[in-house]
Design a protein around this ligand. Sequence first.
Ligand SMILES: NC(=O)CC[C@H](N)C(=O)O
Length: 345
Amino acid sequence: MLEADVKDIAQRSSTGALPQHDRVGDLVAHAHERYASVDDGTVADYIPVLAEADPAWFGLSLASIDGRCHSAGDTGIGFSIQSISKAFVFALVCDAIGHDEIRRVVGVDNTGMAFNSVVAIELNGGSPMNSMVNAGAIATTALMPATNADERWALIRDGLSRFAGRPLMLDGEVYRSESFTNHRNQALARLLQSYDRLAIGPREAVDIYTRQCSLSVTADDLAVMGATLADGGVNPITGEQVVSAETSRDTLALLAACGMYERSGEWLFEIGIPAKSGVAGGIVAIAPGKGAVGAFSPRLDSAGNSVRGQRACAYLSRALGLNLFASAPHGADSGIDTTTEGALR
Ligand SMILES: NC(=O)CC[C@H](N)C(=O)O
């Protein structure tokens, strides 16, 4: 019955509100069940401690802009936020320095290359290109206005905590593991410095970036953090305006273009909403004006995106009518078939 209903909902609600809450809860539970046995992909091991993750972990959560949360599976397990921090640090920095400045200094275009590419900088005249790849994220962290490293870190940690609606803690084991092995990020920062593209020293920039990546979150946290961006910058649980509505809009535009790295086009084609992934297995996918999905499962594809997380987001986008590009002909009962099978179903 759920399967049959999906098509109807997808055709009716590609704009407007989410379906009724009990219906959303059923679909979140169904999506979890549907993909829990998928075992494609591999757990990241280039940061040694990440290899200890249980590949079976799978949590799925959806937070709506009216503050309701629906969870299935391992939504209480903590994992490091990794690259998903880039989205929220971008929002904080964009809010602080402005739309024009972040565009001028970092950029907002996809590199078409891997998240840790060195050659992307060289091919683009020293520009890190966007805040969602490692080079651009390190440059963005360096732009957080502060008088010293402690203050800069406190602003980032507290800012991300306001998105989550609770204090986020550093996972010391992840921080140490990544600090001992992040030679490539050190190289990226030095290269940016050589092009005069780093606002602070490379050691400090990489250290704070490594800390932000080591913050521990749950799938529930990711859903609330994403729902804050879906709600014009207001956290739907705490009611706090964390960033402006304009910054939320800019952040979602950047996520649509660059959030899933070189697979961002494929993601938009299949799923149709802005999203960000991290190598610990998290994904946040955001439906503006509706809410956000937080997914966690450690097996990744070759671009570093959680396999089960992507499949579950594809299903929920279809089932809940989240795709931003879907429309029905004016005056018609139903429009294009947004349920067409795609690569991520
Ligand atoms: N894609 C990711 O999540 C990468 C983040 C990780 N901290 C790194 O710098 O490599």
